[in-house]
Design a protein around this ligand. Structure first.
Ligand code: KIV
Ligand code: ZN
Length: 510
């Protein structure tokens, strides 16, 4: 079977989702999981965009092995030098340079003639090639470009040393058949196409990103670009898990395979959701909570008699297994350790001790500690690096009283405390946090869901907060939903603080 490569851009295009801001530690954690998942290329970031992005790419290039690491650069010398600075020292670096080729982008955005764009593309690829052997060139908004012009740009960048040509549907405008014919036409007219890999990169504005990417498989492309959970600019990118399971389940149709270890899909999806703060909709294909749930009596009856009546994939294929041991307050170290190993979370001794003491606290508050709980408990590394954290929270609220919250935070070894009133207990708590720190966050999104089933389930809160012009997301989990809300808000505060988008007031114990 023909093998097709998977280029994961969760850490670059995915990170461009409004409200998502990952720090270098979080990016590294995701990159390590992506290598376990078996992707061929990790696009680690856009180094020129910020010092944090440069640092994230540098650490991934240096610390993550057995995978190619790509960095994005516009078609100019400054971006390319910066991408190279981030990638040098890596095992298998790739510079990914791009420029728009559609009439609309060239005219209005770039304000350059087609000839000028062609020259910039060639210069960029030549410069990138002087740094690394592996150079990907993307024609931004390719699907709205003129076929002959695009083929001439591709012909020239191949001569300049490009090894991969990417033909994106940047604005998610294409339809599957049309995209397939377009790719075929461009590939036929590009001289030297047989020397390079052809890649596709589809956005989901019309909900067609996965369908368009699969149409490209039929045309014979070599590389598919995608993100975990489909996160990305606007409506996102083609979802990795959907592509992989479509290729796997319908190999009779597509006739290709990949190096993806499907049993790592659920774990990767949960990690990305947790660290990005972007929750997965319940009915999301493959990784949504309901993806394998059968509700109607007729369906349940069918599945009990023969699974394949209503199930086209078995959940264990994506790493969702029936839990072998029920964990609760009587569970000891050994059982907890074993369950962590079963779900693929290998913690060192000190991490395990810390997680185990949190496990005990949680088991006192709920009857059964589930796999979802364990994943959230294991999220220690990210919490450890947060400079501002919650020490104490008290809220009073009810039918005829003004909701009031008192919050005590730890920052720089100091205890900072203040109280505030609000429209409700969550609002009061967020206002108290802002009062303590002297910040002013505007909540633009708030959602609350149970981490899993059961009346004692933990609450999972996702927030998006605007500080000045910058949007940032956060996520908190607790058996107490107000506490979960404050933890989510604080994660957003910490991310904004790390990026220098806010400063915080330091004062003595209030
Ligand atoms: O959507 C797009 O065109 C991109 C390019 C930079 C590849 O993300
Ligand atoms: Zn994109």
């Amino acid at each position: 079977m023909r093998r097709i490569e998977i280029f994961d851009t969760t850490l670059r295009d995915g990170e461009q989702s409004p409200g998502v801001a990952l720090n270098a530690d979080e990016k590294l954690q995701i990159a390590r999981q992506l290598t376990k998942l078996g992707v061929n290329v990790i696009e680690a970031g856009f180094p020129i965009a910020s010092p944090g992005d440069l640092e994230g790419v540098r650490r991934i290039a240096q610390e993550v092995k057995d995978v190619s690491v790509a960095a994005l650069a516009r078609a100019n010398a400054k971006d390319i030098e910066c991408a190279w600075e981030a990638l040098s020292g890596g095992e298998a670096p790739r510079i990914h340079t791009f420029i728009a080729t559609s009439p609309i982008h060239m005219r209005y955005k770039l304000q350059k003639s087609p000839q000028e764009v062609l020259e910039l593309a060639v210069q960029a690829v030549r410069l990138a090639k002087s740094k690394v052997a592996d150079v990907e060139f993307s024609a931004e908004d390719a699907s709205r470009s003129e076929v002959d012009y695009l083929a001439s740009v591709f012909t020239e960048v191949i001569k300049a040393g490009a090894t991969v040509l990417n033909i994106p549907d940047t604005v998610g405008y294409a339809t599957p058949e049309e995209y397939g014919s377009f790719l075929r036409a461009v590939m036929t007219r590009t001289i030297g196409i047989e020397k390079v890999k052809v890649s596709v990169h589809c956005h989901n504005d019309l909900g067609l990103a996965v369908a368009n990417t699969l149409a490209a498989v039929g045309v014979g492309v070599h590389q598919l670009e995608c993100t975990v959970n489909g996160i990305g600019e606007r409506a996102g990118n083609a979802a990795l898990e959907e592509l992989i399971m479509a290729l796997h389940t319908r190999r009779d149709q597509f006739g290709v395979d990949t190096s993806i270890v499907t049993t790592e899909i659920a774990r990767t999806s949960q990690l990305v959701s947790r660290l990005s703060g972007m929750m997965i909709q319940h009915n999301k294909a493959i990784v949504g909570k309901n993806a394998f749930a059968h509700e109607s009596g007729i369906h349940q009856d069918g599945v009990l008699k023969e699974r394949s009546t209503y199930e086209i994939m078995v959940p264990s294929l994506i790493g969702v297994d029936a839990e072998s041991i029920i964990l609760g307050k009587h569970s000891g170290r050994h059982a907890v350790h074993q369950r962590f190993a079963e779900i693929g979370l290998n913690l060192d001794e000190s991490q395990f001790e810390e997680v185990f003491s949190r496990f005990k606290l949680l088991a006192d508050r709920k009857r059964e500690v589930t796999t979802a709980d364990l994943f959230s408990l294991a999220d220690v590394q990210t919490e450890k690096v947060d400079p501002i954290h919650l020490d104490y929270l008290q809220v009073s609220s009810g039918t005829h009283i003004l909701p009031t919250a008192t919050v005590r935070l730890m920052y720089n070894g100091q205890r900072l405390e203040d109280a505030a009133c609000g429209d409700g207990p969550v609002d009061a708590a967020f206002k108290a946090v802002d009062k303590v720190l002297g910040t002013k966050g505007k909540l633009t999104h708030y959602s609350l869901q149970a981490l899993d089933g059961g009346e004692d389930a933990q609450g999972e809160v996702a927030v998006t907060v605007k500080f000045g012009e910058n949007l940032v997301g956060g996520r908190g989990v607790s058996t107490d939903i107000i506490e979960a809300s404050v933890l989510g808000y604080l994660q957003a505060v910490n991310r904004a603080f790390e990026r220098g988008w806010i400063t915080v007031r330091e004062k003595n114990e209030g």
